[in-house]
Design a binder for this molecule. Structure first.
Ligand SMILES: NC(=O)c1ccc[n+]([C@@H]2O[C@H](COP(=O)([O-])OP(=O)(O)OC[C@H]3O[C@@H](n4cnc5c(N)ncnc54)[C@H](OP(=O)(O)O)[C@@H]3O)[C@@H](O)[C@H]2O)c1
Length: 257
């Protein structure tokens, strides 16, 4: 039995993008997987794919439902309770339009998922991480949108700014527990993210990533693996990652014509 075999990673949003790539990345290293997300068929497919390699526990979960989150964590089978890494990855952007044209419901959905959902899961899993102690990690998926404003970023960017500050504040409280906290802040990455944001507009998604090389889900999974497997005395506070083909832009100035 390899050294890592008893390590458990708990991933939210394991049905797509970064979450699914992270499941595959950690399976390669022999970690036991707790895979959660709303799309059960996808969880089953992934369990089918990785179940021959490592122990896999799947649970249908909408992170917005605090009671369901508590139940899923309470019902973790014995072999899946020694959680060494929690990846708070479930999240989404909606309403790629200016604030003044955005639907209030979309703003609420982003806050409920990216903020409330992340807090729900963190609160429920924290006792298990503290039990694991030194070397355990919470890896929160923030975004460059939490650091850098851009038109149409409105509530999405604000939720990711929350993720960053919550990560830092968690560190302050967890310092004596050995549990580490990292905010990983990706830039443009090609997943289903833009499809979700544009409500299924494949052409818009393709256009966004056209003629440049975006980050891949595997690139981010690699970074998650890196921060969660560093020696226990090291904490990466935040890791901001962009494709080489993405950078900041100039300030906007609105002039009288
Ligand atoms: N792609 C990018 O450019 C980029 C950049 C920076 C940050 N991010 C962040 O990275 C994270 C992952 O996004 P991705 O790019 O991998 O997008 P994705 O391919 O759309 O995956 C998003 C995942 O979140 C899950 N999810 C959404 N709402 C959920 C809910 N209420 N309850 C449980 N799970 C939920 C989805 O699963 P179900 O639909 O099955 O529930 C899916 O597995 C998000 O937090 C996103 O904000 C993405």
């Amino acid at each position: 039995m390899s050294h890592n075999q008893s390590n458990v990673i708990f991933i939210t949003g394991a049905t797509s993008g970064f979450g699914r790539a992270t499941a595959r990345r950690f399976a390669r290293e022999g970690w036991s997987l707790v895979l959660t997300g709303r799309r059960v068929e996808r969880l089953q497919e992934l369990a089918q794919e990785l179940g021959a390699q490592v122990p896999v526990h799947i649970a249908a979960l909408d992170v917005r439902d605090a009671a369901a989150v508590k139940e899923v964590v309470a019902a973790l089978p014995e072999g899946f309770r020694r959680i060494v890494a929690l990846v708070n990855n479930a999240g989404l952007a909606l309403a790629p339009v200016p604030s003044q044209n955005a639907a209030l419901e979309d703003w609420h959905t982003m806050i409920d998922t990216n903020v409330t959902g992340l807090v729900n899961v963190t609160h429920a899993v924290l006792p298990l991480l503290i039990e694991t102690g030194a070397g355990a990690s919470i890896v929160n998926i923030g975004s460059v949108a939490g650091e850098w404003p851009y038109p149409g970023g409105h509530v999405y960017g604000a939720t990711k700014a929350f993720v960053k500050q919550f990560s830092f504040n968690l560190r302050c409280d967890l310092i004596s527990t050995g549990v580490r906290v990292t905010d990983i802040e990706p830039g443009m990455a090609e997943t289903e993210f833009t499809l979700v944001r544009t409500r299924g507009n494949q052409a818009a998604s393709d256009a966004l990533y056209a003629n440049m090389t975006p980050l891949s889900a595997e690139d981010i999974a690699e970074q998650i693996h890196y921060v969660a497997t560093l020696p226990a005395h090291i904490n990466i506070n935040r890791l901001e990652i962009m494709p080489a083909r993405q950078a900041w832009s100039a300030f906007a100035v609105h002039r009288d014509t």
